[in-house]
Design a protein around this ligand. Structure first.
Ligand code: PGA
Length: 239
């Protein structure tokens, strides 16, 4: 695992942006298949993409996860988040945007279809992600299996508490979600993860120095042969 430690959030976001551009330019396929996260961490990365007007005409995106129990028009759905922060600001074709549908009548079928669609496109070229304070990657919470694929999951109390800042109260945070699995993430050709702030320090310590273990899902990242972790000094204090 390549670990890059930078001064602050701005530098982390700039580095992740530059890394994304370099991977995109290296791509020799007709399309570039990009896995994307939501949350507080990627916001500046998305701002940089929009500001630089990156050409998304050949990019196909797959978002990592989506809440169940709120409509996609709700401002806190990941669908709304992605529209506001990225999709409405770039020239991506609507048909190239993939976000799990948390309102699907048959959620099991939705998960199966999502996993199959990723395969249909030949897999993810670059998966960009964040890391939760409890080490979750996408919504793969502690105790997720290494072999897990796209599925419905229960969110932990910790994640609900962490994400309450986006809602009126913790009670409003959905309790379940659809998430890609750890094996879906590990199946990408390249991984680019980022974290900033001292509240991520323990998760970063477990990710970098700990053994690959279900209790800290992000610790599995080190098993990938092409993974870069970009963090700020605050997130690196326990290394
Ligand atoms: P955050 O979440 O970016 O809002 O801190 C990270 C994550 O849950 O992956």
């Amino acid at each position: 695992m390549r670990v890059i430690i930078l001064k602050n959030y701005e530098q982390v976001s700039e580095c992740v942006f530059n890394h994304f551009i370099a991977s995109f330019k290296k791509n020799t396929r007709d399309n570039f298949v990009l896995g994307l996260p939501t949350g507080g961490t990627p916001i500046l990365f998305y701002e940089k993409i929009a500001k630089n007007q990156v050409d998304f005409s050949k990019i196909i995106t797959f978002n990592m996860d989506e809440y169940i129990g709120i409509s996609r028009d709700n401002k806190n759905s990941f669908y709304s988040f992605m529209n506001e922060n990225l999709y409405k600001k770039v020239n991506i074709k609507p048909e190239n945007i993939n976000i799990p549908n948390g309102e699907a009548m048959d959620l099991e079928q939705e998960c199966k279809k999502y996993e199959e669609k990723i395969k249909l496109y030949g897999g993810i070229d670059l998966f960009v992600g964040g890391i939760g304070t409890n080490g979750h990657i996408a919504f793969n919470e502690p105790n997720s299996d290494f072999s897990s694929v796209t599925r419905v999951v229960n969110l932990t109390e910790k994640t609900i508490k962490d994400n309450a800042r986006f809602f009126n109260s913790a009670d409003d945070v959905p309790k379940t979600a659809i998430t890609v699995g750890i094996s879906t993430i590990m199946g990408a050709k390249e991984l680019l993860f980022m974290a900033n702030g001292k509240n991520k320090a323990e998760a970063i310590k477990q990710t970098v120095n700990g053994a690959a273990d279900k209790l800290w899902p992000s610790s599995f990242l080190k098993n990938h042969k092409n993974v870069t972790l970009v963090i700020d000094e605050a997130a690196a204090i326990l290394l």
